[in-house]
Design a protein around this ligand. Structure first.
Ligand code: ZN
Length: 289
């Protein structure tokens, strides 16, 4: 049995999907023209949220916290304010430097927005990427807390992946409609058949999120930042993402040196350039692959 079929069979086994389902999925996968930026054999199978030529890339930029939620604070600044400044600057830079890109924000002022609402906004807009900006901090009670420095970027941990199903289905419906409706007359994304597609898309989003997170970290490192790596965590803001999504911690507000850096014009410019370059690199790799 070819490896392509093996993977399908393992999904089918688990869910006891009908023969009709198997057939539909096989037809879809074998004919699918948009392939995923993932590794191994699954790469060949996944209909991905890869950039569609001619379609503007919509990037949702999320400034963490806001309003009554000031989050962490340093000696002279609050995380919510730094996150907003960086998010706004990032949005402007993306639109200026990435051709055919459009940016939307979860907030452009000092207001509180619940975590789930943030990702819902991106899902409703069918965003191609979601990037959440935060500052890190060590607990006040920790000895030597002010010495800790560095950058890390987080993707949604597998514990929460189940919650992505609805969002992915909503977004995938549109994708499927646009790309498959004509070719596969009568295919209904709400049918059980779509289960396999959803599973593979979830896999693709996770892989792409890790890819983007890795590229962001690489850019940070190039400018001399301390690398704390890519992490998988169960984060409410990312849990329901129907697109590749990352949360990046741009520095420790609890470290006086990094607090200075993330509040300085030069520091912010560097961070914004790092993230923008990572998105450009991500796009390039998506198109090549
Ligand atoms: Zn935060």
């Amino acid at each position: 049995m070819k490896s392509k079929e093996l993977i399908l069979m393992s999904y089918i086994d688990k869910k006891q999907i009908s023969f009709k389902t198997i057939l539909t999925a096989l037809i879809l996968f074998s004919s699918c023209s948009i392939y995923g930026q993932t590794d191994s054999t699954v790469k060949q199978l996944v209909p991905t949220p890869a950039p569609v030529p001619g379609k503007p890339m919509l990037i949702f930029v999320d400034a963490g916290h806001g309003g009554q939620d000031g989050a962490t604070r340093g000696l002279f600044s609050k995380e919510k304010d730094v996150a907003l400044m960086v998010a706004l600057q990032l949005g402007q830079t993306i639109e200026k430097e990435i051709p055919n890109s459009k940016v939307m924000y979860t907030r452009t002022e000092d207001v509180f927005i619940p975590l789930y609402e943030r990702i819902d906004m991106a899902n409703r807009a069918h965003a191609d990427l979601f990037i959440s900006i935060h500052c890190n901090s060590m607990p006040a009670s920790m000895r030597g807390r002010t010495n800790v420095t560095g950058v890390e970027t987080i993707v949604s941990g597998s514990g929460r992946l189940g919650q992505q199903d609805v969002a992915i289905r909503e977004n995938a419906s549109i994708l499927l409609e646009k790309d498959y409706k004509d070719k596969y007359e009568g295919y209904d994304p709400n049918d059980p058949e779509s289960f396999i597609i959803m599973s593979l898309m979830k896999y693709a989003y996770r892989k792409q999120s890790i890819k983007l997170a890795t590229l962001i970290q690489q850019q940070y490192i190039k400018t001399g930042r301390v690398d704390r790596g890519v992490k998988e965590q169960s984060l409410a803001v990312l849990a329901k993402a129907g697109m590749p999504a990352v949360l990046t911690e741009i520095g420790f507000i609890s470290n006086p040196g990094e607090e200075e850096y993330i509040n300085s014009a030069a520091g912010r410019e560097e961070i914004v350039q790092n993230i923008t370059s990572a998105i450009m690199e991500y796009n390039k790799e998506m198109i090549v692959n």
